[in-house]
Ligand binder design. Sequence first.
Ligand code: ADP
Length: 403
Amino acid sequence: MDTILVINAGSSSVKFQVYSIEGEGKLRRQIKGQMDGIGSRPRLRATGAGGDPLADRAYPIEAVPDLPTAMGVAGEWLREEIQVTPIAVGHRVVHGGPDYDRPVLIDHGVVARLERFVTLAPLHQPHNLTPIRSVLTNYPGLPQVACFDTAFHRTHDPVADHYAIPHQLYAEGVRRYGFHGLSYEYISRTLPSVAPDIAKGRVIVAHLGSGASMCALKDGRSVESTMGFTALDGVPMGTRPGQIDPGVVLYLLTEKGMPPAKVQDFLYRDCGLKGLSGVSNDMRELQESTDPKAKLAVDHFVYRVGVNAGMLAAALQGLDAFVFTAGIGENSASIRARVVEQLGWFGARLDAAENARHAQKISQAGSAVPVYVIPTDEELMIAQHTLALLMNGHSHNRAEKVS
Ligand code: ADP
């Protein structure tokens, strides 16, 4: 059975999925797993196609101190115990820089180019590149594909792509990139089967998870996003603030004397729902909490999603549909209900019963703006891109390990 391995590597975890290639290029998810707690409490967990447990193992911290070792341990488990020998590997890479507007087959030249974007995404890009390098070294004949979170947004008009700063910085790469592109691309490709009448229209997609952003789609293409140069901008997130006046950053640096590295850590890890509530970064815990600050954090989140919807609708010059996706968007009926209430001035009307049962369409029949819930699948998107590039004339090289 030919398979494709999808890898999504972060600072403390590496997630992986294995897809089998069925007839007519169809893909079926066979394994979903992750090694998390790297360098703290390493644990390998994996399930099969039906959610059946395949592995759940804890490792001593010395056995998995870093990402390359985690890759090695997970790779050995896949190869030796599950007998998976993929014909290609697809990687999630957060930053494709100004030029990559689509996935790319990886070679040493591509890796060198992607290394240049480490400065644009210092917390993510290095981790995304680690497994790519390790596969290049150990399995040089195995095709690898990089799929970028930024690529889907490269269709933005220059007027949306710029900050009002001197052009030299734009030329260096300081641009409004936008992220979560693989999720938005998946939704864009799914919309024609869910709602063919609006798939070509003006649609806002709200990807609300622990990372959260929103995207304006016109005719299935991204025209605007709430995220910009980094994944800090836009709506509030689990631990990131979303839109913030740069003056606050200056205040932290000059008045509070915080070193830049501390400010970075603060903005990525201590703000958002966690910082505002002082309770948790998890929406479920906030909704269960009786702490008034937890309520404020949830209220702020809903409010900012509504305000950003207004901005994106202005970019689209109207609104034909609104789509919820990701952890909060797919699972929290109460947050969806409150966001749709914020969209009331667009003429959006919630169908409470359909929302409560997590139906695909959760707006009333007469709602001026139909509202949908579409579960996202970024990993499937990566597997599809990887297969498409393979079928584009690339020969299949089975993984032959270099000793
Ligand atoms: P990411 O992929 O960015 O890590 P997810 O898309 O998995 O995040 O979303 C995770 C978030 O979804 C969690 O922080 C949690 O707060 C939220 N979430 C999941 N299920 C629910 C639920 N039933 N109600 C409210 N929030 C939920």
